[in-house]
Design a protein around this ligand. Structure first.
Ligand code: TEU
Length: 560
């Protein structure tokens, strides 16, 4: 029963959605008070980023207790109320499951680090210093792996003289999934949330959970430390673990959605993860299309070539056509704002935001809308380092400036790629704090909220918001959108994104102009399409003529 094939997911980043108590940080009661916005959009599922107790070293992705709510966000009673409110609107609630690592303040880690013979020692990855070296000496880390948040992926615990592995911050020690008791504890916790009524999980970096237990050094020459990710991305037991999780947690339960976040996953692996016959996950988030404008690291900015975008997304469409399923996204809490990154956030902002929505939502797969995307929210005008909050950006700045990089150059890349762009408060109205809080927001409100906000968007029938609403409605009412096949057209066109979808005798042609100049879509069977019905958008200059950043969907019936 794949109900999620015709569903659209709306992602809520709780810190930045709505603050009910004036402390400047969003909370569960705030989300509950704004649910009608999501319901009106027509979303079927709400994905809630982590709200568990956390020292907030990585904005909640460092969890210190899996079965409670951080007091910043509210209480378990608030969670239950939110869940009931979501269900009352006919929507489902999917929570974030972060089980590649915990916080170093989780009771499991406290026990694990307490001594070398702690019964929970093997719940994390502990290793002695590199052979022949003194603990704490430069280069004595057990492997040369780098942390995703700069510096080595190992931290020395002086009390026991061993290092623990942390792929993310040093306050996010990696769990050791080789230990059966740890896996059982996680499954039990997941069942606890399902019994509470949640409808599934978005699983954080879940393709990192199986490491090569030999922990070999990483390959390549990036200086003293290299990624090492070839030893933990889709590691040797990852399919086994996810199949086991499915048996232990999901088997026999209906109506759920599971999506694995998987940096570095290939199409071939994704097909295995999402093949229903294998019973692992419903879908995965892949990262290829959000790395095409990046070089060796995410801070290495490169212009995006539309041909590369089409080649990549087209390959994913083809690769998961027969077996498996795609999730579709332009942005989330880790990515810059879509309209600023892939479109135009100046003169053509509204048209570009609509075009991006049209193109993405008409792909085959389950679309994810990140909060504010439905308003065409943009990147933020961060001026100085002090304007940023994210650990990834702050650590990267400190490391590269210490290594001699030009601070202005580093700041420029933070402005473009930094995760705080996606995390500025949701823009509800034109008032001073955008209707997000009555206090001081934890991250500054984008000054453009006076123009870009939900209140204005809902009042304007031509807004980005109403465009999203119509696209979601279309997915619900036109079976070809969810179930049709997919054919990419014009792979070499540098400006026009074009593809068809077909189911039975219904065919859609989807067009997007990824440029600031007018463009003609030179698609095959042009005559037929010129006579077709305009299903989404307008066509003042003709069905195949696109204004700057314009998107469109045409519908035809074949005579077969
Ligand atoms: O992100 C995983 C991830 O690999 C990246 O998207 C990450 O955000 C980083 O920018 C790499 O450059 C997930 C969460 O979505 C993210 O918010 C967490 O920080 C991370 O895992 C650790 O839990």
């Amino acid at each position: 029963m794949s109900w999620w094939k015709s569903a659209v997911v709306y992602q809520v980043y709780p810190r930045s959605f709505a603050d009910s108590d004036g402390d400047g940080i969003g909370d569960l009661a705030g989300i509950a008070s704004r649910l009608d916005h999501v319901a009106e959009l027509g979303a079927d599922v709400l994905w809630l980023c982590p709200v568990y107790p956390s020292p907030q070293d990585d904005a909640g992705y460092d969890i210190s207790d899996y079965r409670a709510i951080d007091s910043t966000f509210g209480t378990l009673a608030d969670f239950d109320r939110l869940l009931a409110e979501v269900h009352a609107r006919g929507m489902k609630l999917v929570t974030d499951l972060v089980v590649n690592h915990t916080s170093d303040e989780h009771a499991w880690f406290a026990e694990s680090r307490s001594s070398r013979d702690s019964p929970r020692r093997d719940w994390y990855w502990w290793r002695p210093p590199r052979a022949g070296m003194e603990a704490g000496a430069p280069g004595a880390e057990p492997t040369n792996w780098r942390s995703a948040f700069s510096g080595p992926a190992w931290e020395l615990d002086p009390a026991t003289g061993e290092y623990y592995l942390h792929i993310f911050s040093r306050k996010q020690p990696d769990l050791n999934w080789e230990t059966p008791e740890l896996r059982e504890a996680i499954y039990e916790m997941m069942r606890w949330w399902l019994e509470r009524g949640v409808d599934g999980f978005r699983m954080d970096v879940v393709n990192f959970i199986s490491k090569d237990p030999a922990l070999p050094d990483g390959r390549g020459d990036g200086g003293a430390f290299v990624s090492g990710s070839e030893h933990y991305i889709c590691g040797p037991r990852v399919h086994e673990f996810l199949a086991e999780m499915h048996r232990e947690v999901f088997a026999g339960r209906d109506g759920l959605l599971t999506v694995g976040e998987m940096p570095g996953v290939t199409v071939e692996d994704a097909r295995l993860f999402t093949d229903p016959a294998r019973a692992e996950l419903d879908m995965v988030f892949q990262f290829e299309h959000v790395q095409l404008d990046q070089g060796a690291t995410k801070w290495d900015l490169r212009p995006l070539a539309l041909r590369d975008l089409k080649a990549s997304l087209g390959r994913w469409q083809a690769g998961l056509a027969e077996r498996g399923w795609n999730s579709l996204y332009w942005g989330n809490h880790d990515q810059p704002r879509a309209v600023s990154r892939f479109g135009d956030d100046g003169e053509h902002r509204v048209r570009a935001a609509k075009m991006l929505a049209t193109v993405l939502q008409m792909h085959r797969g389950t679309p994810y809308v990140y909060q504010g995307e439905e308003l065409g929210m943009t990147n933020a005008p961060f001026a100085r380092l002090e304007d940023f909050r994210d650990i990834e950006s702050l650590n990267h700045y400190a490391e590269s400036v210490a290594a001699g990089a030009d601070p202005e150059h580093v700041l420029a890349s933070l402005r473009r790629m930094g995760r705080d762009n996606a995390r500025t408060p949701m823009q509800w109205d034109a008032s001073e704090r955008a209707g997000f809080t009555t206090g001081t927001p934890w991250l500054a409100v984008n000054p453009n909220h006076v123009e870009i906000n939900a209140e204005a968007a809902r009042a304007d029938p031509d807004s980005v918001f109403h465009h999203y609403r119509r696209l979601i409605e279309l997915r619900h009412s036109e079976p070809v959108v969810a179930h049709g096949d997919f054919t990419m057209l014009l792979p070499d066109d540098e400006r026009v994104y074009a593809f068809t979808r077909r189911l039975g005798d219904v065919e859609l042609l989807v067009l997007g102009n990824f440029s600031g100049a007018a463009a003609e879509a030179a698609v095959p069977s042009g005559e037929r399409w010129r006579a077709a019905e305009v299903l989404v958008g307008e066509a003042p200059d003709g069905p195949l003529s696109l204004r700057p950043w314009e998107g469109r969907v045409l519908k035809a019936r074949s005579a077969r």
